[in-house]
Design a protein around this ligand. Structure first.
Ligand SMILES: NC(=O)c1ccc[n+]([C@@H]2O[C@H](COP(=O)([O-])OP(=O)(O)OC[C@H]3O[C@@H](n4cnc5c(N)ncnc54)[C@H](OP(=O)(O)O)[C@@H]3O)[C@@H](O)[C@H]2O)c1
Length: 257
């Protein structure tokens, strides 16, 4: 894009940020900075706002000289950000988590959840007829978005957690019968993330077969121990990288709509 004085002025309005905690290694800043560069959007900015508590959010948004167009939101603020928003789109409302905020021309903050889109588009092409029951490992923030998508895709699911409850199975109960029945297994825990690469969720991998689909939301390393164990036994495997890109692209689409 050729930069004229007029569109430089317009461009300077385009400021974005990531709200989170301990985010110096985040994917989003690099992804959007590279994207702006590729598109020739030289005055677009995407910065990290690493805040110790969510109560600092209003200071970021209202005490900057330039107006923000949008934010990405990550751990641990996807839920607690909601109280600062004027409106929350339906998917995000049902899940109770927001990872994208659009700021309208009249300064309204609207929350969206694009993890839903990213996960659905990433897993859908891999699903086969017999993939009709899933185990979701972990019960943290993103697991709710995953459960929401599975419900949409009419795949029955159970959560697996370190804390057994009426809504979740414990890891020790997982056996051959359960694994024969639940042929989709989705890792929504951070276990196996770099540098902890020799670790994997505690499931009986010996019962994984070529009927299974193992999806890991982790993207670093690209093949976690969880996925390696699946590949060894002929399962379909997929990491979280495409999901991450798809959710970022959806956020970009929302900011530009
Ligand atoms: N690819 C993507 O686009 C994408 C998007 C969002 C998140 N992610 C990744 O998904 C993972 C989970 O994210 P999140 O936001 O849900 O995190 P979170 O809120 O911290 O939740 C993680 C859950 O994992 C379980 N867990 C934590 N430590 C564990 C351990 N040592 N052993 C076994 N289970 C453990 C816990 O569930 P229980 O207490 O029930 O056991 C916890 O609630 C992270 O690795 C994150 O980077 C990827």
């Amino acid at each position: 894009m050729v930069q004229t004085a007029k569109n430089i002025l317009m461009d300077s309005r385009f400021k974005f940020g990531l709200i989170g905690k301990n985010i110096s290694y985040s994917f989003s800043k690099k992804y959007f900075t590279d994207k702006f560069q590729k598109l020739g959007l030289n005055t677009y900015k995407y910065n990290n706002y690493d805040i110790p508590e969510i109560e600092e959010f209003p200071f970021i948004i209202y005490q900057q000289e330039e107006k923000f167009q949008g934010f990405s939101v990550t751990i641990p603020y996807k839920q607690s950000i909601i109280k600062y928003l004027d409106e929350v789109e339906e998917d995000a409302q049902k899940i109770g988590a927001v990872n994208t905020i659009k700021i309208t021309d009249d300064n309204r903050l609207i929350g969206y959840n694009t993890d839903v889109y990213g996960f659905e588009k990433s897993i859908e092409p891999l699903l086969q007829k017999h993939h009709n029951k899933a185990l979701i490992l972990g019960t943290g923030g993103v697991s709710k978005a995953i459960a929401y998508v599975l419900e949409k895709l009419k795949i029955n699911f159970k959560f697996v957690s370190r804390n057994i409850s009426e809504n979740s199975l414990g890891y020790p109960i997982l056996d051959q019968n359960i694994l024969n029945e639940y042929t989709v297994i989705i890792n929504c825990t951070p276990v196996g993330t770099y540098p902890d690469i020799d670790n994997s969720p505690n499931i009986p991998y010996e019962f994984i077969t070529d009927k299974h689909l193992l999806f890991d939301l982790i993207y670093n390393p690209s093949e976690t121990k969880f996925l390696q164990e699946g590949r060894k036994r002929g399962a379909i495997i997929k990491n979280g990288h495409e999901m991450l890109e798809l959710q970022a692209e959806k956020s970009w689409e929302i900011w530009n709509s």
